[in-house]
Design a protein around this ligand. Structure first.
Ligand code: NDP
Ligand code: GDR
Length: 375
């Protein structure tokens, strides 16, 4: 506590969830510290609007350089900030990338969590600092029960999920071994206009907006049959905070309880732009063809254009085909219910990305170079 204000430390503050959580905690009157990585270019775009000049007095939001692979740095930051609550959101969070960088993913996502827990213990804060671990529905992987709840057995299917499995259990172990207030939020996919551009929802909304405006021709996709339980990140960070305000630490599944396919998300995104689609072909030959256009939101398109194709490059060596969460425990024990539906979220993301596409198109028309990457 500083001047009666609670102090929070967020790893991964520059990411999607970290930025929403920082806003949420600042509104609640917290002093918020965040760990950012050193990068060769600016990486604080998601928190720049809440970052005030450090030279001004009484700034409740501070950023510290650090990395989950660096134990001494974590110890020093925790010692300096003396947080009441630590939210461990930092991670190499991309499942497909974890197949390419499995060792790095394990170091940051698994051992990084251990480093934080040990730092708390080394500093003698295990009875005072509460700890939130960003666990994931990817733990269920090859699902053993539907819907998935807190008691469903895990079967991870990627180096990312295996690393997060270690993080999940080391959090449980430190709670049991040292009486720490440490808990896991097992969060199903959650998205927003701040979602990283290479996750499937954002790739779709950004890609389709660019195609509608004429900045790109076609979206190349992986498994269109994957089923996900998608919620809005704003609803999910509220729950992360709620989990640390209970009398006893417990683990919770956070989900909406409904699932849709990647194909459906493409259809909704297109519909937001007045485009109706028809899917043709099968497997790697499948493509989305423009069946009709209403209104003038897609000036660069005509009926018959192919705007999405399957490219096996985006298939994963082992895929998580279906995820559907059961959030009953969160609803009953904490009174948590998601407030934003997946369709509302899709509309918000498309609107955001259409504005960005229009801005880029204006820049291009004026002779400036625009970097469009649809990876
Ligand atoms: P993002 O990928 O948007 O953000 C990840 C954050 O971690 C970024 O701030 C990133 O920094 C930081 N980071 C990456 N590597 C390191 C490192 N070595 N040391 C310190 N920080 C690092 O993820 P989300 O916000 O979507 O997710 C937050 C957490 O929740 C992650 O742990 C993720 O695995 C987990 N999760 C996410 C779900 C989702 O659907 N979004 C669902 C379930 C769990 P930089 O900005 O510099 O890259
Ligand atoms: P996921 O999210 O792997 O569930 O992990 P992602 O959005 O990457 O994939 C969801 C599903 O869509 C399929 N897919 C594609 N995915 C991507 N990225 N790009 C494509 O072109 C594409 N085509 C189809 C995927 O195969 C997959 O089935 C996210 C991350 O935020 C994790 O950190 C988090 O733990 C889990 O959600 C819950």
């Amino acid at each position: 506590m500083i001047d009666g204000k609670k102090v929070a430390l967020i790893t991964g503050v520059t990411g999607q969830d970290g930025s929403y959580l920082a806003e949420f905690l600042l509104e609640k009157g917290y002093v918020v510290h965040g760990i950012k990585r050193r990068a060769s270019s600016f990486n604080t775009q998601r928190v720049d609007h809440i970052y005030h000049d450090e030279h001004k007095v009484g700034v409740p939001f501070k950023l510290h350089y650090g990395d989950l692979s660096d134990a001494s740095n974590l110890i020093r930051i925790i010692q300096e900030t003396q947080p009441d609550e630590i939210y461990n959101l930092g991670a190499q969070s991309h499942v497909a990338v974890s197949f390419e960088s499995p060792e790095y993913t394990a170091d940051v996502d698994a051992i990084g969590t251990l480093r934080l827990l040990e730092a708390i213990r080394i500093l003698g804060l295990e009875k005072t600092t509460r700890f939130y671990q960003a666990s994931t529905s990817e733990l269920y992987g090859l699902v053993q029960e539907t819907p998935q709840r807190e008691t469903t057995p895990f079967y991870p299917r990627s180096p990312y999920a295996v690393a997060k499995l270690y993080a999940y259990w080391i959090t449980v172990n430190y709670r049991e071994a040292y009486g720490m207030y440490a808990c896991n939020g097992i969060l199903f996919n959650h998205e927003s206009p701040r979602r990283g551009e290479t996750f499937v929802t954002r790739k779709i909304t950004r890609g389709i907006a660019n195609i509608a405006i004429g900045l790109e021709d076609c979206l190349y996709m992986g498994n269109l049959d994957a089923l996900r339980d998608w919620g809005h990140a704003k609803d999910y960070v509220r729950m992360q905070w709620m989990m640390l305000q209970q009398d006893q630490p417990e683990d919770f599944v956070i989900a909406t309880g409904v699932q849709f396919s990647v194909r459906q998300f493409i259809e909704w995104s297109a519909k937001e732009l007045g485009i109706s689609l028809r899917f043709e072909g099968e497997g790697v030959d499948e493509r989305a063809v423009v069946a009709g256009i209403e209104g003038d939101l897609a000036p660069a398109l005509k009926v018959g254009d192919v705007i999405a194709r399957v490219d096996p490059r985006y298939f994963r060596p082992t895929e998580v085909e279906t995820l559907l969460g059961d959030p009953s425990k969160a609803r009953e024990k904490l009174g948590w219910v998601p407030e934003i539906t997946v369709q509302e979220m899709c509309a918000e993301m498309v609107k955001h990305d259409l504005e960005a596409a229009r801005r880029d198109a204006l820049l291009k028309e004026s002779g400036f170079r625009v970097n469009i990457s649809l990876e």
